[in-house]
Design a protein around this ligand. Structure first.
Ligand SMILES: NC(=O)C1=CN([C@@H]2O[C@H](COP(=O)(O)OP(=O)(O)OC[C@H]3O[C@@H](n4cnc5c(N)ncnc54)[C@H](OP(=O)(O)O)[C@@H]3O)[C@@H](O)[C@H]2O)C=CC1
Ligand SMILES: CC(=O)N[C@@H](CCC(=O)OP(=O)(O)O)C(=O)O
Length: 343
């Protein structure tokens, strides 16, 4: 293989940043040259994340101290809004995979409506390609800036997009009932993610007003060729990793299963289970796989479609590496061929 691509991870002291480091550490086509942090700048990665202590890594520095001459591709794992400011200041000839929500929405008005502020880098927003790899592969190959999807949005999109494309379901009858682990909320301490408020319980949040509805509407409507709005309710599970979406749809169950199996048969990370089986978060943990299942409802003409993935791999950092592989002209599964951790 030619020289390894030089990689900077901005926001390496967060959960998705650490997951990028874990995966890139054994990636044969990438080499980490810079890692950044905010509160933890100046510390070693091993001090911030003891599970990565064995690796020989650069010390966490501030973003302004990264030398662009040592970087071929940036992974940007920063909070929303910060990301657009930081990326605006990066050299315009570098490849960037952003994991935040800043560049996912095509329409600036929709962005402003859901994120409560005007976008400050509209030219970059226009340039960015949506990072749902299996649906934007060709554009991603030629892209300079790729916008990683929301982890909940990826899960629902994988279950629904092939069905809208095949005309296998009623677009007006889509209910996405989703459960997610707490690492989706990031490492920075927040009241709602404290152990005492998450363990031994279970609750819905952002009911019918979660930001990822905008991503669903954008992608569903594009594929259906007309406006499509799902009902979407996320729930917070007392577990670390993993998302499971149960999607209630109207359509012939066998045709729904056939449409998903046909759409994903050549996809390296998409596994469609035999008809009648439902997937589990524990079977994809720590991997870049997404498992999909279809079960017929007892009510004729209705089905449940299940999709599960690990929010820190297929839902963010694994997806980001998949996209970076395409952008760098590497075999697309490079560094991602890990079996899930079980039990
Ligand atoms: N967690 C998940 O499952 C998913 C997350 N995402 C998105 O990915 C991005 C990263 O998420 P996640 O890793 O969970 O977040 P974390 O809160 O765990 O990490 C955020 C990182 O950004 C750094 N940071 C925070 N504020 C600033 C700032 N003002 N300037 C420079 N650096 C800053 C933090 O540094 P420090 O800690 O040193 O202060 C940390 O390294 C977010 O946009 C998130 O929405 C997308 C899909 C899934
Ligand atoms: C548990 C939890 O809080 N999860 C986050 C999802 C994080 C993510 O995918 O998305 P963004 O990059 O859009 O923040 C949420 O539901 O908002």
């Amino acid at each position: 293989m030619a020289d390894k691509a030089r990689i900077a991870i901005l926001g390496a002291s967060g959960y998705t940043g650490a997951e990028l480091v874990r995966l890139i550490a054994t990636h044969p086509g990438m080499r980490i040259t810079a890692l950044t942090a905010d509160r933890r700048a100046g510390e070693s990665m091993g001090a911030v994340f003891p599970h990565l202590r064995h690796l020989d890594l650069p010390t966490l520095c501030r973003i302004e101290d990264v030398n662009p001459d040592d970087v071929d591709l940036y992974f940007c794992a920063l909070p929303h809004a910060t990301s657009q400011e930081v990326i605006s200041a990066l050299p315009r000839d570098r490849k960037i995979v952003d994991l935040s929500a800043d560049f996912r929405l095509r329409d600036p008005q929709v962005y402003a409506e859901w994120y409560g502020r005007a976008h400050s880098a509209l030219d970059l927003q226009e340039e960015a390609v949506y990072g749902l790899t299996e649906f934007y592969r060709d554009e991603i190959r030629g892209a300079r800036l790729v916008a990683g999807t929301g982890c909940n949005a990826a899960t629902g999109n994988y279950a629904v997009l092939p069905l809208l494309a095949a005309g296998a379901i009623d677009p007006d009858e889509i209910i996405i009932d989703l459960k997610t682990g707490v690492s989706g909320a990031g490492r920075a301490p927040k009241e709602g993610t404290l152990f005492a408020e998450v363990s031994e319980g279970f609750h819905a949040y952002n009911i019918a007003r979660h930001r990822h509805i905008a991503e669903f509407e954008q992608e569903f409507s594009k594929v259906a060729g007309r406006p499509v709005t799902p009902t979407f309710v996320p729930h917070l599970l007392p577990q670390n990793r993993g998302i499971l979406a149960t999607v209630y749809v109207k359509g012939e169950p066998a045709a729904i299963h056939a449409a998903l199996a046909a759409r994903y048969q050549d996809e390296p990370f998409m596994v469609v289970l035999p008809f009648g089986e439902a997937p589990a978060t524990r079977h994809v943990r720590g991997s870049n796989f997404c498992h999909i299942g279809v079960v017929a409802d007892r009510r004729p003409g209705r089905a449940m479609v299940f999709a599960t993935l690990d929010n820190l791999t297929k839902g963010s950092s694994g997806q980001a590496i998949h996209n970076a592989n395409l952008m760098l002209g590497l075999p697309e599964t490079t560094g991602l061929d890990l079996a899930p951790m079980f039990p």
